[in-house]
Design a protein around this ligand. Structure first.
Ligand code: NAD
Length: 315
């Protein structure tokens, strides 16, 4: 049995926690939202599932209440901008044999984690599973998904762990494969989000509405081209035509037309967005490399304006 902590037990952390615990793994939830943790401790975590509701008991702690102990694996599932705070808070339960798995969206998460943990302990990936946090200790899970992951600094010891981890996660039906180039997958997903999430959030529209706009192609291709140039500058393999095709495929009838992006929902609920790990990361790296990224700079600034406006209006 693998001893697993989910650090950031929100929507996605709860999903992965449930699926792993259902497959007989030893799962502990860690979250700093006190009302959420208290409710899980007292009543369990309520899941709305296609087959009906289920309430599941978990050991759950805020980071300050966590006793020193060894975890084989910590799955980091905060938002990208919360990751450093989480890693600071859980330093006491990370030892030299603890592997850290990060599947959060955005670029630059590995750079954040390696400030706290040696690279050989980090496994990075992307996932297309989804989940929704409805309130304290209440989550909705629909649909299926998959995970693609890779050790950040492969060596014999972490390759052996990876083999074990893939088996454990697949027993939990998480549909995991090992990627030969997870950085490419991370950039592709981030580029997709940097176009669709950012524009649909700024315009306040769903994916289908964005796909019907006359200026759509110019917005998409110009933003994507800057991202491709920065990726190339960083020597990250980036398939610009394939990423463009993936974005365009979302507008086909019967695809995701009615979908509102998670960034749109974050802004609607007055939460901060992951923009600094999407367009903002591209803009920052572009500046370091001397590659102009005026579009990504502007998009980042506009999303921050929306965040600030939300905060002003909430006062
Ligand atoms: P979420 O906001 O539902 O969950 C994050 C949790 O982390 C929250 O419960 C929060 O209280 C907790 N947290 C934040 N900082 C903390 C700290 N310092 N200490 C302890 N707990 C802390 O977010 P989510 O939707 O589960 O997303 C997590 C990541 O997965 C993001 O990068 C997101 O983009 C990505 N993702 C989400 C989905 C989805 O469908 N929700 C799908 C794919 C990828």
């Amino acid at each position: 049995m693998m001893k697993i902590a989910i650090a950031g037990a929100g929507a996605m952390g709860s999903r992965f926690g449930k699926m792993l615990q259902d497959a007989d793994q030893d799962v502990t939830l860690i979250d700093n939202w006190a009302a959420h943790v208290t409710r899980i401790q007292q009543h369990g975590l309520l899941f709305h599932l296609p087959e009906g509701d289920a309430t599941v008991a978990f050991p759950a702690f805020t980071p300050d209440a966590l006793k020193p102990q060894h975890f084989d694996l910590i799955i980091l599932f905060t938002k990208a901008m919360q990751m450093a705070g989480m890693l600071e808070d859980i330093q006491g339960v990370i030892d030299q044999d603890t592997k850290i798995l990060v599947l959060a969206n955005g670029i630059g998460n590995v750079e954040t984690i390696e400030r706290f943990v040696p690279r050989k302990q980090i496994i990075a990936g992307v996932t297309v599973w989804s989940a929704e946090l409805d309130g304290p200790a209440e989550v909705t899970l629909t649909g299926t998904g998959s995970v693609s992951l890779q050790a950040v600094a492969p060596d014999a010891a972490n390759e052996a762990f990876l083999t074990q981890l893939v088996a454990v996660m697949n027993q939990a039906h998480l549909n995991v494969t090992v990627s030969p180039s997870v950085i490419e997958a991370i950039w592709k997903k981030a580029a997709f989000n940097s176009v669709l999430n950012t524009y649909t959030s700024l315009i306040s529209c769903n994916v289908g509405e964005f796909g019907s706009f006359s200026h759509r192609d110019a917005l998409i291709t110009s933003t994507l081209h800057e991202i491709a140039q920065v990726a190339t500058g960083l020597k990250v393999p980036f398939d610009e035509p394939a990423t463009l095709a993936l974005i365009m495929s979302q507008f086909a009838p019967g695809q995701n037309g009615a979908h509102y992006a998670s960034m749109y929902q974050d802004l609607a609920k007055n939460r901060l967005t992951e923009i600094d790990y999407l367009n903002g990361y591209v803009a920052k790296k572009g500046a370091e490399l001397g590659i102009p990224t005026p579009i990504n700079n502007t998009l980042t600034a506009l999303i921050h304006c929306r965040e600030e406006l939300n905060q002003m209006q909430a006062k």
